[in-house]
Design a protein around this ligand. Structure first.
Ligand SMILES: CC(C)(COP(=O)(O)OP(=O)(O)OC[C@H]1O[C@@H](n2cnc3c(N)ncnc32)[C@H](O)[C@@H]1OP(=O)(O)O)[C@@H](O)C(=O)NCCC(=O)NCCS
Length: 187
């Protein structure tokens, strides 16, 4: 069941970010976060790992994990959220496509006890901001067609959702971000 947000936001869902209420903070992922990231993934259920990586995994294999730790602040940007004890409770990232300078794949996961309070929304906004700053114009992701919460989040954030022609079990999410030039013109 989803938590009652009115207790956090008040009836009209305004006020401080709910993550502040639960004393979490977001920052860019660093190389030194590897151990915390490993601990975070080891706590996720197999169902969450399946939703996140779209393959059945008892744990995150070293080959994938190394890739997730290989952030460079431009080609690959990670955002992490930490609770008041410094435990990692969420991760989000984009990784630039190999064949396009202006397109990147994104993915994220939130610890099971921290869902439904707007954390993924905040993380995605942060990822979009970082992507825009780095010249990325399109963000995309493949998600399981059964992943109702991710599809609802994507819809809320303005992603186009289409069927994946190569895999009927997946949906393709895509959003065009304004380019740096467009942002300058709008300012
Ligand atoms: C999908 C996921 C990231 C959502 O995280 P979250 O922090 O709970 O999301 P938020 O609280 O920011 O909610 C954002 C929106 O998602 C949708 N949503 C979230 N949980 C939902 C649920 N259980 N049922 C339906 N919609 C849901 C809603 O549209 C919500 O907006 P609203 O509350 O204004 O209606 C999280 O469930 C998760 O980590 N899932 C496993 C990993 C995964 O699926 N990753 C995606 C692969 S890229």
């Amino acid at each position: 069941m989803r938590p009652d947000r009115s207790a956090i936001f008040g009836k009209n869902k305004t006020g401080p970010l709910p993550i502040a209420e639960k004393s979490a903070r977001m920052r860019k992922q660093r190389q030194v976060d590897a151990t915390s990231l490993m601990a975070f993934f080891s706590e996720l259920s197999e169902q969450t790992l399946f939703s996140r990586f779209m393959i059945a995994l008892p744990t995150v294999p070293p080959s994938i994990f190394e890739r997730l730790c290989d952030v460079d602040g431009n080609r690959h940007v990670g955002i992490v959220a930490l609770d008041s004890n410094g435990n990692l409770i969420a991760e989000a990232r984009y990784i630039r496509d190999q064949d396009s300078e202006t397109s990147a794949e994104f993915a994220l996961s939130i610890a099971e006890g921290w869902r439904g309070i707007g954390l993924a929304t905040s993380m995605m906004k942060e990822i979009e901001t970082e992507a825009q700053k780095n010249g990325i114009e399109t963000l995309w992701a493949d998600v399981l067609a059964e992943n109702a919460s991710m599809l609802a989040l994507a819809r809320k954030l303005g992603y186009q959702i289409s069927r994946n022609p190569h895999d009927p079990c997946c949906k393709l999410l895509r959003k065009r971000l304004s380019s740096v030039q467009e942002m300058k013109e709008a300012a």
